[in-house]
Design a protein around this ligand. Sequence first.
Ligand code: ATP
Length: 487
Amino acid sequence: MPETEKKAAPAAKEETKMEKIVSLSKRRGFIYQGSEIYGGLAGTWDFGPHGVALKNNIKNLWWKRFVEDREDMYGVDAAILMNQNVWKASGHVATFSDPLVEDMKTKKRYRADSLLEQLGHDPKGMTDQQMDALIKEKKLKSPDGNPLGDVGRFNMMFKTHVGAQQTEESVSYLRPETAQGMFVNFKNVKDSFNPKLPFGLAQIGKAFRNEIAPRDFIFRLREFEQMEIEYFVDPRDPKRVNEIFDVFFDEQQQFLKEIGLNPSKIYKVEVPDADRAHYSKRSIDTEFDFPFGQKELLGLAYRTDYDLKAHSEASKVDLSYFDEETKERFIPHCIEPTFGVDRLMLAVLSDAYSEEEMPVEAGAGEGKSDEKRVYLKFSPKVAPVKVAVFPLLKNKPVLVEKARALYSTLKKELSSVGVHGIEFDDNGNIGKRYRRQDEIGTPFCVTVDFDTIEQGTGVTVRNRDTGKQERMSETDLTAMLKKELAK
Ligand code: ATP
């Protein structure tokens, strides 16, 4: 994997790719604009049937790999609303903010570092004062050409009140990360399960950030989903801590491979001191070539004992660990691998998006050779629909009946090996069905025709990526699908 300088965002051609992905996502029931019939709500998107299936496939693979298949990981599902003292102790109330700068005339607000980047400067590692000085020195203007005010701070947590009283005491926040739900349950899990170090807590759940500028479809959202692990380690053995950190980095990369991302679009970025969160001793971001440029996909941070120590002090509850062998008591250190579900979905969608001149046979005689075929080249593991079964004609009961029977058999056979997402499709003509299934990313389409019934010559199976069709017996079909889909 190349360790490189950031690439500049590609020009207009790739932006149209994003527009195509957004419209395909809507057309095919993956992702809709949040509250669309009311004009939307910035920073929110809703997931339709195929979007939920894709998302669940990613989450299930993650949960299996990082929780179910391991003996050192404990799953939790903490409440989104937490006592405000959690966020005071964690430092979020004081410091979970972005630098903000205001257009003096229109009063429009911008994230200062993003604006500087847009204006051709490199704000990486700059303090607010340095950004402010740069804006003043270069007399930088807002995108509307107006003078800018001072760089200030904007806390990104959504504030709310719990209960009927609206006082300082009733303040709570929608959690901006799932991590704290695990730190506050560290003692509970330790007391119930008595695990030995190293061990981890893992959680999948929603997080909320009042981003100044939500953008790039589901890349930067105000409501999103995270998959996080807080892995507790023994700080007395720093060599082992480093090894565990490196192993998690590798595990993250293996997961990306498992969901089918192209390794040549993935970059390892060691986060420099100045850009690291205050609690982190070492961070590695994994970045991805999105159609709008190379951006953070997921992260890995060595959070030291920062959180458990802060919560021990603030709550007055002892969050230390007692080593039975050496009779020593200490606060464990923590390594945090963190994944954004929505960013992974976007990476998977944009990596899978493919266009090609349609081979004539791919449209079953319908396609003209100058027509474009659009298909999502999903790994079968994440594809929302894995197999679609068609009767050649929807108005011939004998074909429909046979196709329905085959559909039921396949559903049963494949679910016995843990494969779900089998669909029966008789909408429109066969060319339209192929186009629809291509755009959903269905790896295999199976058609029952007259020869299936009259000659007993089996069914045709069409491969999404090659467009090639092959005839095979139903027994061979079941065996082939099990082999291809259950790996
Ligand atoms: P960024 O620098 O892009 O704002 P971050 O460094 O603040 O991200 P973390 O706090 O490390 O992000 O969050 C962990 C993961 O959660 C990120 O790697 C990303 O996948 C996801 N994530 C964070 N903020 C958002 C968001 N606004 N929308 C969607 N996903 C997000």
